[in-house]
Design a protein around this ligand. Structure first.
Ligand code: NAD
Ligand code: LMR
Length: 326
């Protein structure tokens, strides 16, 4: 028997991340190979021509799971009855633009989309914000969607998490699949904190396998933090296929579970855990089960971790001030 289709809203649909993301979602990489989908694609009016081309390519793939594709520049139409939302579209920094200006422009976009989410999406829809500044855009969205459950609004830290795993695996000579209990705390920005203090592989601490704290602090952490900029430098454009892959990982795991494995997600804070104040969207360790994520509790935070987490949280507070004036 064919299942009823899931509605997946995706913004920034004519952009480069979506040029990878849409095709993987259409193939079944989020909900699985038996779940039909309806794609609800949003972009701005000026991008409708390019989006038409993407639509033609999606049609030409003849994906068996795709029941319908809607392409629109109206957020309410795009978010209507959505089960999952990938908010990828945002305004990139242009020449001469200050960080505060970037935050303000994006705050306006996510204010409009927050209202659309509030008015149109299913109440149990899952939202991932990818568009930068991802954590603060997610917060703006939540602020303007008062009737939508805040815990269902998340930001993408998974690309940083995946980058962290790969760097550790290469250095330690271990397989990515064997690494457990890795986490990236904080903001999706160079202040993020990839934390290996609990990370193990095949029963051994990765910190003991590598046995080089200087490499961890002076090479690994900045490499992960500045990886986005390194890709822009090398490619002449920001990460796209890896960002799409991380977004798929994030939503796939949230829906299907992680089997006890820790993953990093930007989630709303309530002020009760790890000394992080309430009212932010912060990278934290979670496990997922039954369609819900759960914060990993009881991790010991040493002095170094405290300093690093606080630094990133401070930046999140400054971004909140710039975007929301509070
Ligand atoms: P892109 O410029 O190729 O595409 C962005 C698309 O968004 C464009 O088609 C644009 O027209 C559209 N858009 C702009 N404003 C919109 C709005 N109000 N509603 C709907 N669509 C809108 O960019 P990209 O490479 O696809 O990257 C998208 C975003 O993802 C950027 O902000 C980028 O910095 C960010 N990003 C985040 C991560 C992460 O780990 N969180 C990783 C990589 C990239
Ligand atoms: C990334 O981490 O690859 C991106 O967030 C970089 C960027 O500025 O778009």
């Amino acid at each position: 028997m064919t299942l009823p289709a899931k509605r997946i809203a995706i913004t920034g649909a004519a952009g480069q991340i979506c040029y990878s993301l849409l095709f993987r979602i259409a193939k079944g990489d989020v909900y699985g190979p038996d779940q039909p989908v309806i794609l609800q694609l949003l972009d701005i009016p000026q991008a409708m021509g390019a989006l038409k081309g993407v639509l033609m390519e999606l049609e030409d793939c003849a994906f068996p799971l795709v029941e319908e594709i809607i392409a629109t520049d109206d957020p309410v139409e795009a978010f209507k009855d959505a089960d999952a939302l990938f908010l990828v579209g945002s305004r990139p920094r242009s020449k001469g633009m200050e960080r505060a200006d970037l935050l303000a422009v994006n705050a306006e976009i996510f204010k409009v989309q927050g209202k659309a989410l509030n008015d149109a999406a299913k109440r149990d829809a899952k939202v991932i914000v990818v568009g930068n500044p991802a954590n603060t855009n997610a917060l703006t969205l939540a602020e303007h969607a008062p009737d939508f459950p805040r815990e269902n609004i998340t930001a993408m830290l998974r690309l940083d998490h995946n980058r962290f795993l790969s760097q550790m695996a290469a250095k330690a000579g271990i397989a990515v699949r064997d690494i457990e209990k890795a986490v990236v705390w904080g903001n999706h920005s160079p202040t993020m904190f990839p934390d290996w203090s609990n990370t193990v592989a095949n029963g051994k601490k990765v910190a003991d396998i590598v046995d080089d704290e200087t490499w961890y602090r002076d090479t690994l952490i900045p490499t992960v933090g500045k990886r986005g900029a390194a890709i822009i430098e090398a490619r002449g454009a920001s990460s796209a296929a890896s960002a799409a892959s991380a977004a798929i990982d994030h939503m796939h795991d949230w829906i299907n579970g992680t089997d006890g494995k820790w993953v990093s997600m930007g989630i709303p804070t309530d002020g009760t855990a790890y000394g992080i104040p309430e009212g932010l969207i912060c990278g934290m360790p979670v496990t997922c089960e039954g369609g819900k994520y759960k914060l990993v509790e009881g991790i010991e935070i040493d002095d170094y971790a405290r300093k690093m987490i606080d630094l990133s949280v401070e930046e999140l507070k400054e971004e909140r001030q710039a975007a929301l004036g509070k």
